[in-house]
Design a protein around this ligand. Structure first.
Ligand code: ATP
Length: 319
């Protein structure tokens, strides 16, 4: 192993910069050269490479986003695209690659591994929807960002006797909605994993109102339906006129939390060490505070379950 590449791919997540820094510095520490590949697999296909030095990753540790930028690259979903990626890596003498991204990015990484490229994945996505790790880089920060926004909404909701529906990210997974829902004391958390019972929501709101509760908060994962759709549906069931807030890309931004910065640093370093140890086609993760190395496909072939205790908590604590 002489020269390794690093890229960020898919949705950006706070903490990706800390990982790029850890990958770079760990590799340099072990006498390896490092090449940054800009804009994920798109930059790989275009040969958009930049040498990374000790100082080029200085000052980025606590910056949100990713200095290498990121992209979704449809061309890389086809065999010709993947083969072109393999050629680019070989032409540029890149012996191994660290891919920082979500499960889609890991599927791409597995394709490279199957074609003989040495790859290790670092799980970075605000969705937390990957198996093989208890938490992904960016999830904690996104939860904190959503919580900060929602706590502001709570102030105005209670002052004006309002119902707010807050739409958070999560097309297929409810981790972000559930975590922030518990943290902000939401009355309801609606997630893609569970069916929506409008009647039950309306009944609960009705009884809460009878008890003197004048406002309520619903945290909705985007994958269930849009906030405006839910507001429309609820209007037929209760006498609130819900206000809607879509947090959208706000959730991706901002400086990483302490937790994410440490996680990203540990996982970035572990990825390089895994490559040095001869591990191939693997991802690094954090399970019960241990850094683990498991096959890349764990991320999407296994199931990362939602904590059912958390679901019960929403119910119990919002009476
Ligand atoms: P996030 O969950 O934060 O959106 P992600 O990594 O899952 O991150 P995707 O858009 O699913 O984001 O994937 C990122 C990129 O990875 C895609 O644009 C594509 O270039 C590549 N990719 C995804 N799936 C595959 C696949 N099956 N084969 C090859 N490449 C893939």
């Amino acid at each position: 192993l002489r020269r390794i590449g690093v890229l960020t791919s898919g949705g950006d997540a706070p903490g990706m910069n800390a990982s790029i820094r850890a990958v770079t510095r760990t590799a340099l520490y072990h006498g390896l050269q490092v090449v940054g590949i800009r804009r994920g697999y798109e930059g790989l296909l275009e040969g958009d490479f930049v040498p990374l030095t000790r100082s080029s990753v200085g000052g980025i540790l606590l910056h949100g986003g990713t200095m290498l930028r990121t992209a979704r690259c449809p061309a890389f979903m086809r065999p010709e695209g993947i083969n072109a990626g393999v050629s680019k890596l070989r032409e540029n003498d890149i012996d191994a690659l660290v891919v920082i991204g979500g499960d889609g990015s890991f599927r791409g990484a597995k394709e490279l591994h199957d074609r003989g490229i040495h790859v290790v994945g670092v799980p970075g996505t605000i969705d937390n929807d990957m198996a093989g790790t208890d938490c992904t880089i960016g999830f904690d920060t996104a939860c904190n960002t959503a919580l900060e926004c929602i706590s502001k909404l709570r102030d105005t909701a209670s002052s004006h006797d309002r119902m707010f529906i807050v739409e958070v990210m999560g097309r297929h997974a409810g981790f972000l909605a559930l975590e922030t829902g518990v943290a902000c004391g939401a009355e309801f958390v609606l997630i893609p994993e569970l069916p929506v019972d409008l009647e039950a929501i309306a009944n609960k709101i009705h009884y809460a109102k009878q008890r003197g509760k004048t406002h309520s908060l619903i945290v909705l994962a985007e994958g269930v339906m849009s906030a405006s759709e839910l507001a429309e549906k609820l209007k037929g069931h209760c006498d609130y006129d819900p206000r809607i807030v879509v947090l959208g890309h706000l959730q991706r931004g901002g400086a990483p939390s302490c937790f994410d910065t440490v996680l990203a640093s540990r996982l970035g370093a572990a990825a390089v060490e895994a490559l040095i140890d001869g591990k191939r086609g693997m991802m690094v993760g954090r399970t019960k505070d241990e850094i683990v190395t498991v096959p890349l496909e764990t991320a999407w072939t296994q199931h990362h379950p939602l904590d059912s205790d958390m679901l019960r908590l929403v119910e119990t604590l919002s009476i």
